[in-house]
Design a protein around this ligand. Structure first.
Ligand code: HH2
Length: 289
């Protein structure tokens, strides 16, 4: 049976239902400088074709971004960001049913994308642009709140936390409450620990994954983006082109901990890993002695 609200998981607050479908967000970066796929999609037509291919591989949502947020990256102008993403959103909205997400820091870009058919806002810098929440509310959009400490240009210099798991949860919950006050329905607000965004490779990213249950226990759906990120390289020595196995390991662990969304470059492989992990999670409690 078709899910009547394909961009919102059906689950009671407090815990993921065992059978909830885990969303795979396929990444469509229309950027010259993203850390893995930068420059591959040279124009809107190439980006649209890539998005359609990811949808065919099993992406539930397509996440279109026009500004790299890799550590050390420089911001792009609003005009440039709009020119990169809006034709792609428009083209994909015409050609496929897969819900589209706009990965942006700017409320103005989110608004323009929603007006052209996007249904989800991936607020990669959270509510640093506070107008983002009202824009989502006005469009009935789903809002992904990603945790970011500092700015991409400098965020990896020396991030400091006393208790990274508690601080990330509390900062995300404060933003979720602000989004609710602006009119976004609670069940449409997703939380993302923001792996690599102002986080030390191992001291911060690993505890956030090991205690993902703390975010899941908030009752908000949780999304995790680890695809090919540098902490996988720090753990394994693998260069970015060889980090798919580590990315699949993180996706599986996150799903077992209750994540309901995984953001990924490699959709076919991630789909399989996520479906297997979700089936194992659903079998908890079956056949207990
Ligand atoms: N990671 C990146 C970008 N957007 N959004 C969410 N919600 N969670 C993430 O972990 C996340 C994100 C960075 O990855 P990528 O888009 O591949 O690279 P770049 O920022 O260099 O474009």
């Amino acid at each position: 049976m078709q899910d009547p609200r394909p961009d919102t998981p059906s689950r009671a607050p407090g815990a993921p239902s065992a059978g909830a479908r885990v969303r795979v967000l396929g990444i469509v970066n229309v950027t010259p400088d993203s850390f893995w796929d930068g420059g591959r999609l040279s124009d809107a037509d190439a980006a649209i074709a890539h998005g359609l291919a990811l949808a065919a591989q099993g992406a539930d949502w397509l996440d279109v971004g026009g500004e790299s947020t890799r550590p050390g990256s420089a911001p792009v102008s609003e005009a440039e960001e709009r020119a990169r993403v809006l034709p792609v959103i428009e083209g994909l909205a015409k050609r496929c049913e897969t819900p589209l997400s706009i990965d942006t820091r700017r409320a103005s870009v989110a608004e323009a994308a929603l007006a052209r058919g996007a249904r989800i806002v991936n607020a990669v810098a959270g509510l640093r642009d506070p107008a983002l929440a009202a824009v989502c509310a006005a469009h009935g959009a789903t809002l992904i709140l990603n945790h970011m400490r500092g700015e991409p240009a400098t965020m990896q210099r020396s991030p400091v936390y006393e208790d990274v798991v508690r601080e990330v949860r509390d900062e995300l919950l404060a933003e979720a409450a602000a989004a609710e006050r602006a009119g976004v329905a609670r069940e449409r607000i997703w939380l993302d620990p923001g792996l690599g965004f102002g986080k030390h490779s191992l001291h911060h990213n690993l505890p956030l994954l090991a205690r993902l249950d703390v975010l899941v226990a908030t009752g908000h759906p949780v999304l995790v983006g680890a695809s090919r990120k540098s902490f996988i390289g720090a753990l394994t020595g693998a260069p970015v082109e060889a980090r798919l196995p580590g990315s699949l390991a993180v996706a599986s662990v996150a799903v077992l901990a209750g994540a309901l969304g995984i953001r990924a470059h490699d959709v076919a492989e991630t789909r399989q890993a996520v479906d297997v992990a979700a089936a194992i999670r659903a079998a908890r409690g079956v056949g207990d002695p």
